[in-house]
Structure formats: structure tokens, C-alpha cells
Write a protein that binds this ligand. Sequence first.
Ligand code: HEC
Ligand code: HEC
Length: 647
Amino acid sequence: MRRPAPRQLLAFLLMLAVVPSFAIAEPAHDARVEDAEPTSSTPAKAPGWAPLGYDAPIPGTYELPPLGEAADGQVLDSDGRRHRLHDFLGDKIVVLSFVYRACPDVNGCPLASHVLTAVQKIILDDPALRDQVRLLSMSFDPRRDRPQDMRDYGLRLARDGADWKFLTTESEAALAPILAAYGQSVRQEHDEKGQPLATFSHILRVYLIDRGKRIRNIYSSSFLHADTLTSDIKTVLQEREQANPQPAVVLDAAMLPHGGDDKRGYERADYETRSTSVAVAGGAATDLLKFQVDPPLGLPPVPVPADNPVTAAKVALGRELFFDRRLSRNNTISCAMCHIPEQGFTSNEIATAVGIEGRSVRRNAPTIYNAAYAELLFHDGRETRLEQQVWGPLLASNEMGNPSIGYVLDKIVALADYNGRFKAAFAGRGPTMETVGMALASYERTLVSANSPFDRWRFGKEAGALTDAAERGFRLFNGKAGCAGCHSIGEKRALFTDQRLHNTGIGYRQTMQTPPRQQRVQLAPGNFVVIDPTVVADVAATPAADLGRYEITEQPNDRWKYKTPSLRNVALTAPYMHDGSLATLRDVVELYDVGGVANEGLDAAIKPLGLDAGEKQDLVAFLESLTGGNVGVIVADAIAAPIGDPR
Ligand code: HEC
Ligand code: HEC
């Protein structure tokens, strides 16, 4: 998966690191000798001049390990103003090349400028790159390349709207430490009499520098090419998104002395499991009722039906039922095995749920957090009461697989753990269709989660609670991007849903089989492959058709309408949408940016947004700020619950 060039390069670089004075101590390396055809007097043109003879590596499928820090130094911009070189690093990905105007070597500076010009075009044409990358060309001939000369040079190369800066230094003395630090070997050439010529012998080097000011790749003339450089830029950009991966769960380690399903760091090759078998996982029980009685900041009072007031006894009973695997036909699967507490009460690892004996369910398991507030339950809103809803999964042949209500009730009656407890919680009523639903619903009504950074900023007026990016994201969400039109935010509280159903085109795409784009799939710790969906299609069963709300109402206008989910804790609940077809929040934002998937019934509020890359990142930052402050406590409580050992 990794292409060989960077590895050779790494070896080269390590050498540089070990012998930092390499560039200076070694006799001058003539670019023509080291990098191009050694024998010919008119050197063969480097590959960077021609189209790439093979496919550039797919961004994100390989790694670019940091090669070292990008050094600082005193420089001049093309207006003659003094700067630190670091002033131009950090906010964007930077492609830095050292050049000089008079350079006659076809595989030296002209190649660098040619490649950077091509990269400039790619960047300007790609909205995902446009504001993310800066090109820097820095002269190593400060005597002849004064700031105004660099400006003239730049005028020939930089296009409108491009971020391409042309720098030089005050003197050779200011330049020398920079060249040394970058391992850029340069030596002025001399004539027979020892008089300095206007030419330099140098090894072409172009540096890719990330936002952490770390060098991530170095290109010499033998493999500098616009296409590979662009792939590398995208790889570094993607990694930035993955630096905020679907956080397994932001759990407080102190709260989880024995871990549960703890997959933090799973994307790294050196991952070592911290997960613990459920039987020994400790967790820490908590008084859940308090969340229902006094919901966290940002949530309204929890709606409770008059005939099922929440009590501690019912919550305890419902909690036990929720985690009890014996409630399935063959004692293997509980509610919590699809609504996994450590995974935001969803299943992060599968797009659509898998039930008893591995049977597939056609939809994505939604979160149970804040289900208490949902006026419509299930993706198509076919149920409205939590008390009723529970019988859906209990009886579905592909979920918990029970043949009848009576079968489930008989089983509960026979289990010693529940002896007398229904009667105590329900004023003398034993396990019935109603009381089982009432107990589970009571537990679910305590799983309310808010007091997120956003809530503290917006409703708690805590100025520093939100990052600048998330704050900008909020303004987009509420304004230009139009998200709050459906994912509602109130003045005093927010549910992030209008409690209605809409057609965003996801259902249409799924049914009409428009193949999604390539997907990056993790097979094992640190092991990713990019899957072309057409390859999978050959061996996969056709996914079950899904017409959304239409299946309930049979109204043609209801085709592919699904309910607006709340976005609270959305950073924890990947993958997204009713079919789990979008893996990351970035993917969701990209889809809205292009105006969803066009179809006859597409909601009028879904239209192309024209967001730039920074705005998309800001929206994601905002969505990530919606993780509730009490999820750690709730998950720790869940881990402490008994799981119904059938022995
Ligand atoms: C096999 C996996 C699986 C099991 C087991 C399971 N669920 Fe679900 N759950 C789902 C899926 C998938 C959906 C969405 C189905 C749909 O919309 O058609 C869902 C939906 C829900 C919803 C609706 C949430 C919303 O916002 O609309 C609730 C509540 C819920 N389940 C609770 C439970 C309870 C309680 C149990 C145990 C009695 C349970 N689930 C067992 C997979 C499962
Ligand atoms: C017309 C109403 C509407 C608008 C506008 C809208 N959404 Fe949605 N959103 C939905 C619906 C409906 C779904 C569920 C679709 C499905 O399940 O197929 C959804 C799903 C999502 C999800 C996935 C949640 C999950 O748990 O699976 C995210 C994230 C999201 N929207 C964010 C946004 C953002 C960000 C915007 C603005 C750019 C936005 N939405 C604009 C209606 C809307």
C-alpha cells in the first residue's frame, strides 16, 4: 500500500538527520550528477515534466511519517518586509521550494516552478484544497534575488487567488542557517580564476510541511511530480480529519477502572486492547433518575406519559432488561448489543444492524440518548411511544427473534432475578406486555445527555466553552448552511430536530443503487483498505429496498422521507443516516454541500451550499461540540449493569 519512494526518502533523510552538516561538509553535489542522467550533456527531463506514467497513490491509503521539524529563520517577503519563516507555516499545508531566478538547470529550479505551477492549478480547481495549501518559493541567491526581483518572478507564476509567496533573505548570513537546517545543499559555482559565477550547484529539494510545522515529505528531481505531490497533500489533509476520528467515547478513565469496550486508538498500528470482557468490566453504577428529574443544561423537561411516571424501581428494572441477553430467543442478544453504550448507544462498526444468529437488519441502529424526547420513533417514525416500541426488536425475527409476547413474558417469569420486582415496581402487576414496555421506557428516559461544550457556550453563557472553529460552525449551521431549519435550536434549549420527516435523497440513492464513492475501511488496527464498491457489489446481496415513510403511509410524497435525528452526541454515533451509508461527519457535510441526492421529492431546504474547505471543517467542529458532559457517567453505569448470564 505504501509506495516505495517515501521510504527511500526516509532513509535518505535519516542520513541527513544523523549528519546534519551533510549539506555543508560534503563537496557540492551537482544537480545534474545526482538527480538526472549522469552522462548526457543535455540531461533527460525529470519525470515531473511529463504526465505521470502510473496512477498516483490514493490519498489516505498510505502514511507520511513526520521527518522532522521545519526550521525557522529570518526572511523577507516580496515587499521587502521582514518575517520569520514560521509566520508562513502552521495555518496551512505548505509546499516549500528553494530556487533562484537565474537557475539554468532544467531539472532544478525550472522543474520546481513547473511542478508548483501545476499544483497551483489543481489547488485552485479543487474547493477542498483551495484554502488549505500555501506554496512558498524561497531564493538561495539573496544577492541577486532582491524582494522586488522575487515579486517580478512571482508575477509570472502565481495566478489570481493562489496563495503562493516568494521570499528571499537579507544576506547570505541570514540564509545559511536556513539552508543548513533544511539540508539544502547549495554551492556557488566559480570560473577557472575562482571568480563567483551567477550559477549555483544544488540538489533540488521541495518540502511538504504540515500544520504542525513538521516536514512530511521531501522531493528531489527524480520524483517530484504534481500528481504525487497532490496525493501527499490530500493524505496529510485527511489525516487531520482523522485526528478527530469518531472518538470511541470520551470516557473518563477514572470512571472506568476496568474498561469496557474501549477502542481508543484502534486506528493506530500499535493499538493494544484495553477492552475487558463484560463479565469482569467494572463500571460504576450511578443514580440515573437524577438526569430525568433535572435534565442537563440545554434540554427541556423530559416528557413522561401520565400513566407511566418514572420511578427508581422502574428504571432499575428497565436497565436490567435492556442489558439482559436472555430476552432474546437463544439467550445471546440484548438491546445493548445493538445500542452499545460505549459506542454512543449505537453500533459504530456496522452500517446496518446485525441481529440474532447474524441476521441482517436493513437499517442503522440509532442512538438511545435523548430518545425520551423523540415524538417519532424509528427512522420512518412508525412508532410514537417508547413503551410500544420495545416490542419491535423483541419480536423481530432478525433482531431478538422471539416468537411471541407470551414467550418473552414466560421467560421473564421464570428468571429468578426478576422475582417480585415487577410487582414491587408496578403496584402489584407482574411482567405483562405493558409493564415490560414501561420498565424499558423508564430506563430510556434517563438516558438524556446534554451540557455539551455548545450548551455551556450558548445556554450557560460560558464564553470559552466553544472553540473558535465550532463557533464559526454554529453560525453556518444556523445561517448560510440552513441546518437549523430542520435540526432546530431554540432560545433556551435545543433538541436539534424538528420532529418531522424529510427527503434528503439518501433513501433514493440507496434504492436506486447509485454507487457511492470509494470507501476507506479499517480491517484491523492500523490496517486500512480503500474499497471500490463495484467490487463488493459483485459478491454482495442486494440491500433490501427502503422507501422510508412511504412504507407506513403509502403516500407517494412520503417516499424516502426519514425522521430528522437529533444531533446531540453525533460525534459518538457514526456511521450516519438511516442506512449508515456515511462514515464520518465530514462525509455528511460534503453531502449537504452538494445539495443531497437529487430526486423528485427532495426537500426544498436541501440545496447546494457552496461551502469552502474551512467552512466544512468548522461545521464538523460544531457537530463535535455536541457531545454531552454526562456520557462518561452514563456509560460507566451501563458497564456496571448485569448482562443476564444464561448459565
Ligand atoms: C439487532 C439490533 C437491535 C436490537 C437487538 C435492538 N435494536 Fe433498537 N433499533 C435497532 C435498529 C436498526 C433501529 C432502527 C429501526 C428502524 O428505524 O426501522 C432501532 C431503533 C430503536 C429505537 C428508536 C430510536 C429512535 O430514535 O427512533 C429505540 C428506542 C430502540 N431501538 C430501543 C431498543 C430496545 C429497548 C431494544 C431491546 C428491547 C432494542 N432496541 C433492541 C437495532 C436494534
Ligand atoms: C430538510 C431538513 C434537513 C436539513 C436542512 C438538514 N438536515 Fe441533517 N438530517 C435530516 C434528516 C431527515 C436526516 C436523516 C436522513 C436519513 O436518515 O436518511 C438528517 C441526518 C443528519 C445527520 C446524521 C445524523 C445521524 O445520527 O445519522 C447529520 C450529522 C446531519 N443531518 C447534519 C446536518 C447538517 C450539518 C446540516 C446543514 C448542512 C443538515 N443536517 C441539514 C434533515 C435535515
